[in-house]
Design a protein around this ligand. Structure first.
Ligand code: XUL
Ligand code: CO
Length: 476
């Protein structure tokens, strides 16, 4: 017993040491001299050229095999279907740390600090990355791109300084922000939530943070602004006034709409549903719950949804289901393109590499006529064990190639028309005079009972699911 106790103590000490080392990690030996106080000179990704389309037979990992930005599919260029975006937080703030282990990624340009100088250096790395990858958009949280401050004023000043550089780099390279957002979940003040916190002071602080994040997103020509309810939810209903918290959330959104209009920000406000994590129950559980919330509070015309595939599966739905729910409610605004792992029960934020899944996603996107001014944001991170700088490129390339294959397959299915015909036939009994009466709300129960008696037992046709699956596969 005693030996086990000592062993456990040693393991704990080791974990603490790792955590401390992880936080104060300085430059790796081979980069000494590059990571000092001066600004980074030269390239962040030396040896990596602009990623080109080389076609499916290419064996070059740093090339696109399927994503061909200028290629037209159903009358629109691939790049315009997708409007791909890089998520700053995963790509430039992801360290590989998890609850059991220290960071594994020490990018050569990092100096182990969260200083303003480091924030600016990272911003330069971001622009070199998106330029080389050939992506036109990026997404950020306020606190990813600039250090927090002791006071709101200090945090805002830090943000202003980094944003000024981002604006300059954007203008040089003709890039834009797909969406910005405020990080309302990391700081301990947000432990009970932000807009749904039991503390009025926290509600006000969150409002001030969103106000600033809206201004900054507007300044960076952002096309959308996202609200992901980081800790907007509850852990126990025993100590929670759910009705009051939801009312507060609605008031918060109303104030955001008013402020957006006040500053002339024409971007779309997006809510990103997620069922749980970090809270046991997040209020924006899924697309249907969020649509209901928006309708109840009269906000339906002011918001759209940002559907994240990994959030969809956590809520017990497929990504396709969430996209279709958003689409048929006129709410499909943006996609956080990622995936979970069927054997792992949390938000693993992996790059989506399943071609069938991508095809289903693109079926929804095409039926929606595209998702602009939204796009596809890679809310996805490298696995903890993927530690080479080039892995950042490879991950985005396979993510983009997979979606490109999905787009091509979905276009094939739509042009072929067999699947649509199968669906049309399934409902053909409604393509009749009485069907039209029902769909127009002109068939009451007395009338329907009369018909049921007249017709007798109805004939019920096969759903043809396996045939539908066969048709889908023929396009993959
Ligand atoms: C968290 C998540 C966030 C949002 C932005 O699960 O998806 O990164 O996309 O706050
Ligand atoms: Co997301």
């Amino acid at each position: 017993m005693k030996t086990w106790g000592i062993l456990l103590l040693l393991l704990c000490l080791q974990a603490v040491t790792y955590a401390v080392i992880g936080e104060s990690q300085t430059c790796p030996a081979e980069n000494v001299g590059k990571c000092d106080d001066s600004d980074w000179e030269g390239e962040f990704f030396p040896g990596i050229n602009k990623i080109k389309y080389e076609g499916p037979s290419s064996k070059n990992p740093l090339s696109f095999k399927w994503y061909n930005a200028e290629e037209e599919i159903l009358g629109k260029k691939m790049k315009d279907w997708f409007r791909f975006s890089v998520a700053f937080w995963h790509t430039f703030r992801g360290t590989g740390a998890d609850p059991f282990g220290a960071p594994t990624k020490y990018w050569p340009w990092e100096d182990g600090t969260n200083s303003l100088k480091m924030a600016k250096r990272r911003m330069r790395a971001n622009f070199e990355f998106i330029n080389k990858l050939g992506v036109d958009w990026w997404c950020f949280h306020d606190r990813d791109i600039a250090p927090d401050g002791e006071t709101l004023e200090e945090a805002n000043a830090n943000l202003d300084e980094v944003v000024a550089l981002a604006k300059e780099l954007q203008m040089q390279s003709n890039k834009k922000v797909l969406w910005g957002t405020a990080q309302l979940f990391m700081h301990p003040r947000y432990m009970h939530g932000a807009a749904t916190s039991s503390e009025l002071g926290v509600y006000a602080y969150a409002a001030a943070q969103v106000k600033k994040a809206l201004e900054v997103t507007h300044y960076l020509v952002g096309e959308n602004y996202v609200f992901w309810g980081g800790r907007e939810g509850y852990q126990s209903l025993l100590n929670t006034d759910m009705e009051r918290e939801l009312n507060h959330l609605a008031r918060f959104f109303e104030a955001a709409v008013a402020y957006k209009k006040k500053i002339g920000f024409n971007g779309t406000l997006l809510i990103e549903p997620k069922p749980q994590e970090p809270t046991k129950h997040q209020y924006d559980w899924d697309a249907a719950t969020t649509a209901n919330f928006l309708r109840k509070y009269g906000l339906i015309g002011e918001f759209k949804l940002n559907i994240e595939c990994n959030h969809a599966t956590l809520s017990g739905h497929s990504c396709h289901h969430e996209l279709e729910t958003a689409r048929i409610n006129g709410l499909l605004g943006n996609i956080d393109a990622n995936t979970g792992d069927p054997q792992v029960g949390w938000d693993t934020d992996q790059f989506l590499v399943d071609i069938q899944e991508a095809t289903m996603i693109m079926l929804s996107v095409i039926r929606n006529g595209g998702i602009a001014p939204g796009g596809f944001n890679f809310d996805a991170k490298l696995r903890r064990e993927s530690t080479d700088v080039e892995d950042l490129f490879i991950a985005h390339i396979i993510g983009m190639d997979t979606m490109a294959r999905g787009l091509k397959n979905a276009a094939t299915l739509i042009e072929d028309g067999t699947l649509a015909e199968l669906v049309r036939k399934r409902y053909q009994s409604f393509d009749t005079e009485i069907g039209a009466q029902i769909e127009a709300g002109k068939a009451d129960f007395d009338f329907l009972e009369k018909k049921a008696k007249e017709w007798g037992e109805p004939k019920v046709a096969s759903a043809k699911q396996e045939l539908a699956e066969m048709i889908l596969q023929s396009a993959l």
